[in-house]
Design a protein. Structure first.
Length: 466
């Protein structure tokens, strides 16, 4: 075990995908590396624990991917989903590098499996981790340990000593191995966003943030991000922008994970607490549109909404942890949801009357649509008419925030005066805003962490050796 009072080449703060990719990459480049994970060992790995897949460009089908997903198509998707709010140079760089990540991550011990089927539509674009995010993390931790990366848990960093854009040392909340200050020649900050910091979210969302549920780790409180911004690192991204999906209102405040998310929106309608529809439930296929529903629900009164569907579609989507609430009639269902029965009956009746004949196919933008109602449901519109009637109550489930530290192609932080930092690098959620100004496409979070983690580690090692 290394003496924590001695100076390391590279200090990595965080314990998720970005941190581990950076640590392994720095170590493989010959650096001595210390990883400080704020969480206890059991909870190591932040939001990465909850992940299932990663989006990488590839020119041909592979053993686990059903067809090509070219750099151009990836870029087109990103451009459309972010509405152009992305750093083109960095985004294209990430997409190019993602091709190599598919193999690089396997070299670090991670295994792939074919995509899940059903409504996900990810079989061609996204590679799934065999055993999920935890198995992926276990493989990365094992590889890092074997390579000689030093890892400490319960190691929350509460202070950063930075002078003129140069990292000097980090202070620990509590001493570890007799050390309370850690010195290193270079820093990789991979400590996530500020999604678990409700007080910080309230600065932008007001009291509504009290009704948000946080899908992942309670340890991503944005403390490292805040310290870096306070010490002159340039920020990037709109602080109100985040990845947020509709999750079951019965989910726990933190760490509910993937099994609380509802993928049933396209099979029914979504109403607010006044039993009114408020958005096109059939706008686009799932991977490109699921991440807008958290924000849409956040904008509704009391930040609550209800997905209403009927028994004919119950087996069409992945079940979640929570059973649907059922009623023999729409009015009975409304009663159980504490909605006005007359209003819900009217909304469902108007929707049913507006549904046009079509050929239902959830894998394409089909021709099942409504006519004459606002908002329209532009695809997959079918009448809600088979009792029992069912509903899921949903709230905004915040996955991660986009405000971050600006970086360049070396993953090196950029200071407020535009100059690159002397020795500070960032990877993962903490710099996601460079690529994601808004919007999301499934699997990009892990692409950002892997690509920029690998680059940050390599560049930090190079920096330390010079
Ligand atoms: C339920 C859920 C499902 C998801 N599914 C997917 C998916 O399938 N594909 C995908 O691409 N993305 C997915 N995401 C998003 C994905 O989890 C993130 O984009 C990715 O894991 C971010 O990696 P990271 O290393 O930057 O952050 P994290 O994995 O969150 O790691 C941050 C780490 O920093 C540590 N930390 C924080 N503050 C401090 C401090 N002061 N001192 C020391 N350590 C600190 C935390 O303990 C944590 O270990 C999902 C997220 C959630 C919540």
């Amino acid at each position: 075990m290394a003496d924590l009072k001695s100076k390391f080449d590279v200090l990595v703060i965080g314990g998720g995908n970005a941190a581990l990719c950076a640590a392994i990459s720095a170590r493989r480049a010959g650096a001595s590396v210390l990883v400080l994970e704020g969480a206890p060992k059991f909870y190591r790995g932040g939001n990465t624990r909850h992940t299932r897949n990663m989006r990488c460009a590839h020119d041909a089908a592979t053993e686990i991917l059903t067809g090509p997903y070219t750099e151009e198509e990836f870029w087109d998707d990103l451009l459309r989903l972010t509405g152009g709010q992305t750093d083109e140079e960095l985004a294209k760089f990430m997409i190019k590098e993602s091709k190599d990540i598919l193999n690089w991550i396997v070299e670090q011990g991670v295994r792939w499996q074919p995509s899940l089927g059903g409504t996900l539509s990810l079989g061609r674009t996204n590679s799934f981790f065999l055993g999920g995010g935890r198995a992926m993390l276990n493989a990365l931790y094992l590889t890092a340990e074997k390579l000689g990366v030093e890892i400490r848990y319960d190691a929350e960093v509460t202070g950063l000593n930075i002078e003129d854009g140069m990292f000097l040392s980090a202070n620990l909340k509590q001493p570890i191995d007799g050390a309370s200050e850690i010195r290193a020649s270079a820093l990789v900050a991979a400590a996530g966003g500020f999604e678990a910091n409700i007080e910080w979210l309230k600065e932008y969302w007001g009291e509504a943030a009290d009704n948000f549920l946080i899908r992942g780790t309670p340890f991503n409180r944005g403390s490292i991000l805040k310290m870096l911004l306070d010490k002159g690192v340039q920020d990037i991204g709109d602080p109100t922008q985040c990845h947020a999906v509709a999750i079951d209102a019965r989910a726990p405040k933190f760490d509910g994970g993937i099994i609380t998310r509802h993928d049933s929106v396209v099979f029914g309608i979504v109403v607010n607490k006044h039993a009114q529809r408020f958005y096109d439930e059939g706008e686009d296929i799932w991977p490109k549109r699921y991440a807008i529903w958290g924000r849409l629900v956040a904008a509704q009164p009391d930040q609550i909404a209800y997905i209403i569907f009927d028994s004919s579609v119950v087996t069409s989507f992945m079940p979640t942890l929570f059973p649907p609430i059922a009623g023999a009639t729409i009015a009975e269902l409304a009663g159980k949801l504490e909605l006005d029965p007359v209003a819900l009956e009217k909304t469902v009746a108007e929707f049913n009357a507006a549904v046009q004949p079509g050929r239902f196919d959830h894998t394409i933008l089909d021709d099942c649509r409504t006519e004459g109602i606002t908002p329209a449901k532009t695809h997959w519109a079918r009448k809600i008419e088979h009792a029992p009637y069912l509903a899921y109550p949903v709230r905004p489930g915040i996955t991660f925030t986009y405000l971050g530290t600006r970086v360049n192609r070396q993953s090196r932080m950029v200071m407020k005066d535009g100059k690159p930092s002397a020795n500070m690098f960032a990877a993962g959620e903490i710099m996601a805003g460079n690529v994601l100004g808004k919007g999301y496409a499934a699997g990009i979070g892990m692409t950002i962490g892997s690509v920029f983690g690998r680059v940050a580690g390599r560049e930090a090692a190079k920096n330390a050796k010079n």
